[in-house]
Design a protein around this ligand. Structure first.
Ligand SMILES: *Cc1c(COP(=O)(O)O)cnc(C)c1O
Length: 384
């Protein structure tokens, strides 16, 4: 395989060497079932509790408020389940720009419950007045993502949480893209529930977390054994749990330094891409993750750009990996008011600590010519 330029870190990330080293002993040596009684199994049990502490510390929670899941999609499903069982009459509030694991969970609730989807402004952010206006006495959950996976736009989480606290409504945030990039303190920020996923910050795929504030009463999500305080049965994925603990700690320690590096690559990309004629930046310069950029190129389709980038060994996405494969334009960009055609001409670039300046230059060298070539054969491109 040729040396790839991997600019798709919002889809998933490479497992870091230190994380791999930390988890491997739990596959090879300490493979015991943590619930077993012999002393060797204690190693596994202790490793889980250490990781729970690492995750808790990273987001300002207590260990007892951290529940390991199989992925953030599960965490998001679980958050809705918890909210649903708290009231007889249930009303959910979420946004039009959520990840599909929230959107489709919300959609499913519509069979029995009322769901309100808040729109966003053209910078991708919700309006706080809009949120406040839509909260009723039946509202049992407000679920709003911390930062968007397609645009990197950050929502006003503190203000949203404040409104929810004032109205006595449970607040959940899908913080998958924010963890490791932004400082998070669930207590200070008044977040009731929070989802995160290991594979977005250099742990393996297949491990997630749901934080649930200890004041919230809730029942089991998976029935069976007494793992995860009896709330989620199933033998623990010990190696992955060790990995997520190690990865989140590493992310916290290095956050500032890595953000500065990634941000400088992002600026270089931004300036370079804006040189291309008829390009639109999709996002919000003042409220954005350091690692995600999204652009629309008039007159061309995102898919075509991605194919040509791929021929040059560059991995990018249009929209999110979970929704790709469908021909519909991004629901996030449509919610930001883009036309169908402009939304379809979008490309997302998402960086990690492993990217280099040289990769950015290689990208910029091929990007302009690809757009030019595609426009030359595009039936919808009119030279202005
Ligand atoms: C990737 C992602 C998810 C899903 O996480 P999984 O662990 O793959 O289920 C949810 N929300 C956002 C914002 C994401 O980027």
């Amino acid at each position: 395989m040729q040396e790839l330029i991997y600019f798709d870190n919002a889809a998933t990330t490479k497992v870091s060497k230190s994380v791999l080293d930390a988890m491997l002993p739990y596959l090879e040596q300490f493979y015991f079932n943590p619930s077993s009684i012999y002393s060797a199994a204690n190693f596994s049990k202790e490793a889980i509790e250490k990781a729970r502490g690492q995750v808790a510390k990273a987001i300002g929670a207590q260990s007892s408020e951290i529940y390991f899941t199989s992925c953030a999609s599960e965490s998001n499903n679980w958050a809705f389940d918890i909210a649903k069982k708290r009231k007889a009459q249930v009303h959910f509030i979420t946004t039009e720009i959520e990840h599909v694991s929230v959107l489709r969970t919300a959609k499913y609730q519509e069979k029995e419950h009322k769901v309100t989807y808040l729109g966003v402004n053209d910078d991708g952010r919700i309006s706080l007045g809009d949120l406040e206006k839509n909260i009723t006495k039946n509202t049992s959950l407000v679920s709003i993502m911390y930062a968007n996976n397609e645009t990197g736009v950050i929502q006003p989480i503190d203000e949203i949480a404040e409104i929810c606290a004032k109205k006595g409504v449970l607040f959940h945030t899908d913080a998958v893209q924010a963890v490791g990039k932004l400082p998070i303190d669930v207590k200070k920020q008044k977040v009731g529930m929070l989802s995160l996923s290991g594979h977005k910050f250099h742990a393996p795929k297949g491990i997630g977390v749901l934080y649930v504030n200890k004041e919230i009463q809730f029942n089991s999500f998976l029935f069976g054994g007494s793992q995860e305080s009896g709330k989620r049965a199933g033998t623990e994925n010990v190696a992955n749990i060790v990995a997520i603990g190690c990865a989140i700690e590493e992310a916290m320690v290095c956050m500032q330094k890595e953000n500065e590096k990634i941000q400088s690559l992002r600026e270089l990309l931004f300036d370079g891409i804006m040189q291309i004629p008829q390009v639109k930046f999709n996002g919000c310069r003042n409220h954005s993750l350091p690692n995600i950029l999204n652009f629309s190129f008039e007159g061309v389709e995102g898919e075509g750009i991605l194919l040509h980038l791929d021929l040059n060994g560059i991995c990018c996405s249009s929209g999110s990996a979970c929704t790709s494969g469908s021909l519909d334009p991004s629901h996030v960009l449509m919610a930001m008011g883009l036309s169908h055609a402009t939304a379809q001409g979008s490309v997302r670039i998402s960086l990690s600590k492993y990217n280099t300046q040289q990769e950015v230059h290689q990208f910029l060298d091929v990007c302009g010519p690809i757009i030019e070539k595609l426009r030359a054969i595009s039936p919808i491109w009119q030279r202005s």
